[in-house]
Write a protein that binds this ligand. Structure first.
Ligand code: HEC
Ligand code: HEC
Ligand code: HEC
Ligand code: HEC
Length: 133
């Protein structure tokens, strides 16, 4: 009996730590406004929750963490989500990804372009489709 209780305790601890079954996943803001002062003072309005639906809740399409040697680790439930600029700044070793602009363009435009190529419903690929006054 004691053994079972101990086991239940351990399972409870594991579930608690990873937030499994509690629906505690923080989905972040519904819409995120990204001001672009250097792009003619425009703003990119990003439909965060709509994108989560389009991607069937696959947060790892956009969110990841990193290893000590700068390899990316795709998001899994329970992982901490940080702002892109935490890593995509001048200290990022990959010159193609060492700013928020580069990281976002690669992620956002990258997906829209490849979906367009595949003949699928896609988001904007032109500057003014995303950057609006
Ligand atoms: C799919 C959407 C999308 C498209 C298309 C796009 N951008 Fe962006 N752009 C962003 C996002 C998101 C950011 C990062 C957030 C921000 O600073 O606005 C960004 C950032 C920028 C920035 C830096 C803004 C700042 O003030 O720091 C510039 C400059 C820029 N884009 C220019 C362009 C140009 C020029 C084009 C067309 C060749 C373009 N973008 C196309 C989404 C887009
Ligand atoms: C299509 C890309 C995309 C997908 C998919 C996506 N997100 Fe995001 N998310 C973003 C961007 C971009 C930001 C703004 C990051 C920034 O400001 O640096 C963000 C911000 C967040 C934030 C706020 C972080 C902060 O510190 O401000 C949370 C929390 C979050 N997302 C959770 C999720 C979860 C959970 C999922 C999956 C259910 C998800 N996101 C799916 C792109 C995405
Ligand atoms: C904890 C650090 C960290 C955060 C936060 C982070 N990244 Fe990354 N990102 C990395 C690392 C490390 C790589 C791998 C670089 C390489 O392979 O050269 C990477 C790679 C990428 C790539 C390359 C394409 C791919 O997926 O392989 C894109 C695009 C990207 N990140 C966009 C983003 C965006 C957008 C955000 C914010 C929503 C973000 N990253 C947040 C560390 C981070
Ligand atoms: C993995 C694919 C993917 C990624 C990554 C992605 N998008 Fe999209 N986006 C789509 C698809 C698909 C649509 C078309 C949705 C529709 O029309 O129903 C879309 C639509 C849009 C639209 C049109 C208006 C709307 O909200 O429906 C904007 C603006 C947009 N995306 C901006 C962004 C920005 C900014 C980012 C990066 C932070 C981003 N997208 C990342 C797939 C993606």
């Amino acid at each position: 009996m004691r053994k079972w209780l101990a086991m239940l305790g351990a399972v409870g601890l594991i579930l608690g730590v990873y937030g499994v079954g509690t629906g505690s996943c923080n989905k972040g803001p519904e819409v995120i406004k990204l001001p672009s002062p250097k792009m003619k003072k425009t703003t990119v309005t990003f439909s965060h929750h709509k994108h989560q639906e389009i991607l069937n809740g696959n947060c790892g399409e956009c969110h990841h963490s990193k290893t000590a040697d700068w390899k990316q680790v795709p998001y899994k439930e329970g992982m901490k989500i940080e702002k892109c600029e935490t890593c995509h700044n001048k200290s990022h070793p990959n010159k193609k990804l060492n700013s928020v602009k580069k990281a976002m363009h690669a992620n956002c435009k990258g997906c829209h372009k490849s979906m367009k190529k595949a003949g699928k419903k896609h988001g904007p690929v032109k500057c003014t489709g995303c950057h609006k006054k």
